[in-house]
Design a protein around this ligand. Structure first.
Ligand SMILES: Cc1cc2nc3c(=O)[nH]c(=O)nc-3n(C[C@H](O)[C@H](O)[C@H](O)COP(=O)(O)O)c2cc1C
Length: 182
């Protein structure tokens, strides 16, 4: 037997994918990071994040065509709530101003949240779609996963979704079978 829930919950039902961070840099070199719940695969090597065009991240991506999508671990709720709470244009380098720990991504050299489960370095796949709609398609130029977290044989996270965060609302996330709050 099914029960009907409101249409606004469509995204909640679909929300199998983990919350992500999006790292970028302005054309004059100021690093930024934001949090994005709305994301999904688009093709085997192309990821989609839906970005408000008013975000500093969107301006950066339009100007540089480069960004990194990171998959944070369940211990990183505090950092992703910080990254999702202010605009880079108001505070400058968010890693420095909000004390968000970082490392540099391997190929693009962008600041990313340190010790995430994985990150995907991306080039903007379609400028026009993004500028018109905020649908940001990123073609992977490289993908890095924590070696301790990855199952090479099955090509998936070793523990499934036990360590990834799946956004519900506000600072509430699903992690494995539990609801946790930041
Ligand atoms: C849990 C969470 C999920 C979010 N998901 C999205 C999202 O999917 N798309 C989006 O445009 N903004 C999303 N945001 C908002 C941005 O992360 C936030 O506005 C951020 O401050 C933008 O930073 P920027 O202006 O430096 O790019 C989310 C924020 C939080 C806390």
């Amino acid at each position: 037997m099914y029960k009907s829930i409101p249409e606004r919950c469509a995204a909640r039902v679909l929300s199998g994918g983990p919350i992500v961070t999006v790292s970028s840099q302005s054309s004059d070199g100021v690093a930024d990071i934001m949090t994005a719940a709305w994301n999904c695969p688009f093709d085997s090597n192309i990821v989609q994040v839906t970005l408000d065009l008013g975000h500093t991240t969107s301006e950066n991506i339009k100007n540089t065509a480069k960004f990194v999508v990171g998959i944070p671990a369940k211990e990183q709720i505090a950092e992703i709530m910080k990254a999702g709470s202010v605009h880079g244009r108001d505070v400058g380098d968010k890693f420095d101003s909000l004390s968000i720990p970082y490392e540099l991504s391997e190929k693009l050299g962008l600041k990313v949240l340190r010790d995430q489960l994985a990150y995907i370095e991306c080039e903007l796949f379609d400028f026009d779609i993004f500028a018109k709609s905020g649908i940001c398609l990123g073609k992977a130029v490289s993908v890095y996963v924590q070696d301790k977290a990855w199952n090479d044989a099955e090509e998936c996270f070793l523990d499934g979704a036990k360590h990834t965060l799946h956004h519900v609302k506000d600072n509430v996330f699903l992690c494995g079978h539990s609801i946790i709050e930041g």
